[in-house]
Write a protein that binds this ligand. Structure first.
Ligand code: ADP
Ligand code: 5GP
Length: 194
């Protein structure tokens, strides 16, 4: 009998605006059948173009607290004034079916996942410079100046912890950054299936 394939849990962090979404989209484009994106729940309001159930499940704070109390999150954290959480049963059922999963979560969440599922593979995406990060974040035009400042402050703190992740990728040239992620993805999924 053919052995069930093992799914790998990837935890990807990096400051807001560094290009996580852009790079991950490429991975799904290429490996869509082997990998799924875990859609988190958040109390943040949707940005223009974001769809409920696609980028996030946009829920009220009350609903969020109910899910925390019911232990429905694998991890959850507060980031720049909003709450975010990873749906536990969805992620675990994908992994059991042999599908790899990407969690695009912040540092606090990554630490919780690492503690609970030490076999996960963690990747931190870094900007080529802080100035470039600021320019990408402003250029995206999705946040108020106050929110941009809040996210840049969080970015400084997070980037100091990049070394604690299994891998670091600098997103300078997008093609090169994607090539590195692709390489890590293939190496780690092959290793898990020895
Ligand atoms: P995140 O998901 O990390 O918040 P996004 O994927 O939304 O970041 O990217 C933020 C902005 O930076 C977007 O406008 C995106 O097009 C741009 N961007 C992403 N990668 C690069 C890159 N390598 N060079 C220049 N701009 C980039
Ligand atoms: P944004 O509001 O820009 O979509 O996300 C802000 C930050 O929250 C990013 O660092 C993103 O990776 C993180 N994030 C998104 N979903 C989750 C989640 O479920 N848990 C945690 N801990 N962080 C999350």
């Amino acid at each position: 009998m053919e052995q069930q394939k093992k799914g790998v849990l990837f935890v990807i962090s990096g400051p807001s605006g560094v290009g996580k979404g852009t790079i991950n989209k490429r991975l799904f484009h290429e490996f869509g059948e082997q990998v799924a994106f875990s859609v988190s729940a958040t109390t943040r309001s949707p940005r223009e173009g974001e769809v409920n159930g696609r980028e996030y499940f946009f829920i009220t704070r009350q609903e969020f607290e109910k899910r925390v109390a019911n232990n429905e999150f694998l991890e959850h954290a507060s980031y720049a004034g909003n709450d975010y959480g990873t749906p536990r049963s969805y992620v675990l059922s994908l992994l059991e079916r042999g599908v790899s999963v990407i969690l695009e979560i912040d540092l606090q969440g990554a630490l919780q996942v690492k503690a609970r599922m030490p076999e996960c593979v963690s990747i931190f995406i870094l900007p080529p410079s802080f100035e470039e990060l600021e320019s990408r974040l402003r250029g995206r035009g999705t946040e108020t100046p106050e929110k941009v400042a809040q996210r840049l402050a969080a970015a400084r703190r997070e980037m100091e912890m990049a070394d604690t992740y299994d891998y670091q990728i600098v997103n300078d040239d997008l093609d090169a950054a994607y090539a590195r992620l692709r390489e890590i993805f293939m190496k780690e999924t092959q290793r898990a299936n020895g």
